[in-house]
Design a protein around this ligand. Structure first.
Ligand SMILES: *Cc1c(COP(=O)(O)O)cnc(C)c1O
Length: 454
């Protein structure tokens, strides 16, 4: 019988995370404080934990120990399986070998818990009692709410209003874990009030929710903020995905020619890609890396590399990133986790240096792909993950044309069992592709050029 799943023992959960900052050819440019100076650990500590802040700015240690307590919680659901997608290969009639790392098999349903656990661990260790955060579709909020509960920390979550309304079950999940959930923009913060004054019908975005969560954190005693993507320390935590996958590919007797992940702020992409990318840096391998973003929020393929804020109101430090401008309003696609205007600094630098490629995928193509995958493999993917699957299918079909037997690895970042209303709409033929004009992007970027002089 053909081997389909490659399973590691609990003892093989990585003992260290891989910090690509220490080894990438060109280091990322620094984040800047409002005075134009590079941010320091002390600056970041007002908002984040000290532990996360130190990891954020660590450009020297390639390997960083995973605290034993975090590893013990990782053991609740790790190692996750690597799966050979024979069903999908057959459905496509491709000679390519397709593998996926299944990060949907934890009770929270996505990769986000990999970073929620260490972030809450640091808060607990540092005596922080309250945490705030933002969430789009709700996967990050769900992971954080659960991790906060494990470490005895109170969580307040701002959820993007459109998702709060479209995905009520994710809100219920967060509330079940004991979190306080508020739709953003809200009247509970100055940032939220300002946004609603300008546009009373604002449907919210990750950018508005971040502004509100950061404001609440910096104005509440013993409270800090936690982010589920974009930042360097989040990407660091996610490298457990790729480090396990590397061992599992070895068990399968293969090495990926192409590694693919969907792209919101970059954390699951970083997680699966960086442990393999280090072998490209050393010249030993020549793997291609593909980030799959939604055509409605195309910062990597149509944005620009520029300093920009991470949030809508300009409360974060200035981040060097591929961006569409922090004022960009992504359309209300179902892949809520991909509706973010920018990309992390590391991945932005790597894209600039041509270490990875980016593709954009329309909503309907993403659901075509996810549905084909579901029928072939028996797993309903998250709408976000559908973008990775669509990019994988494109590569596999190229192999079919050329007859090449490439090995393709993609990350299944989450399951879609709480997104069935999106599948309902797809099946009823009611999904649309809303293309964005070059003009809209140019106008947003012009605002950034005028506003930000770095
Ligand atoms: C949040 C999320 C994403 C996008 O975030 P990244 O930081 O880019 O990984 C993708 N897939 C799922 C299932 C998510 O929850």
């Amino acid at each position: 019988m053909k081997q389909k799943r490659f399973i590691l023992q609990e003892s093989e959960i990585p003992k260290q995370w891989y910090n690509i900052q220490a080894e990438m050819p060109n280091k990322p440019m620094p984040m800047l404080a409002p005075n134009g100076q590079p941010v320091t650990v002390d600056d970041l500590c007002h908002v984040f934990s000290r532990g996360a802040s130190e990891q954020e700015l660590n450009t020297t240690d390639a390997w960083i120990d995973i605290p034993e307590e975090v590893r013990q919680f990782y053991a609740y659901y790790r190692c996750t399986p690597l799966v050979r997608a024979y069903g999908l290969e057959e459905a496509l009639g491709t000679p390519a070998h397709i593998y996926f790392k299944n990060e949907s098999v934890n009770p929270l349903g996505s990769h986000k818990i990999n970073s929620a656990l260490p972030q809450m661990y640091f808060f607990k260790k540092e005596g922080i009692t309250n945490v705030t955060t933002e969430t789009g579709a709700g996967q990050w909020g769900a992971a954080l709410s659960y991790a906060a509960k494990l470490f005895g920390i109170e969580a307040a979550v701002y959820q993007v209003k459109i998702s709060y309304e479209q995905k009520p079950y994710r809100r219920s999940i967060m509330q079940t874990f004991g979190a306080l959930v508020t739709p953003s923009p809200s009247m509970s913060t100055r940032a939220g009030k300002d946004i609603l004054t300008k546009d009373p019908n604002h449907q919210g975005s990750l950018g508005t929710a971040i502004s509100e969560a950061v404001e609440l954190a910096v104005t509440t005693p013993n409270c800090r903020y936690s982010l589920g993507s974009v930042l360097n320390h989040v990407s660091l935590h996610q490298t457990v995905i790729g480090l396990e996958a590397e061992k599992q590919m070895e068990m399968a007797g293969e090495y990926p020619d192409v590694v693919i992940a969907c792209f919101g702020g970059g954390s699951n992409f970083s997680g699966i890609a960086y442990p393999f990318m280090r072998h490209n840096f050393s010249g030993e391998r020549h793997t291609r890396f593909i980030a799959a973003e939604p055509a409605n929020c195309p910062k990597l393929t149509r944005g620009e590399f520029h300093y920009d804020f991470g949030d809508e109101s300009g409360m974060t430090p200035l981040i060097p990133m591929f961006t569409l401008g922090h004022n960009f309003r992504p359309a209300n696609i179902h892949a809520g986790g991909l509706r973010y205007h920018g990309a992390g600094t590391i991945v932005s630098q790597l894209l600039k240096d041509k270490q990875l490629e980016a593709v954009d995928i329309d909503q309907i193509e993403s659901f075509d792909a996810g549905t084909l995958f579901a029928r072939a493999e028996g797993i309903i993917p998250a709408p976000e993950s559908n973008h990775a699957i669509a990019a994988t299918i494109r590569e596999a079909l190229k192999c079919k044309e050329t007859g090449e037997k490439k090995t393709i690895l993609f990350n299944l970042s989450g399951h879609g069992l709480i997104d069935m209303s999106a599948y309902d709409q797809y099946l009823a033929g009611n999904l649309v592709d809303a293309a964005i004009d070059d003009d809209v992007i140019a106008r947003n970027l012009k605002e950034i050029h005028e506003q930000i002089k770095f």
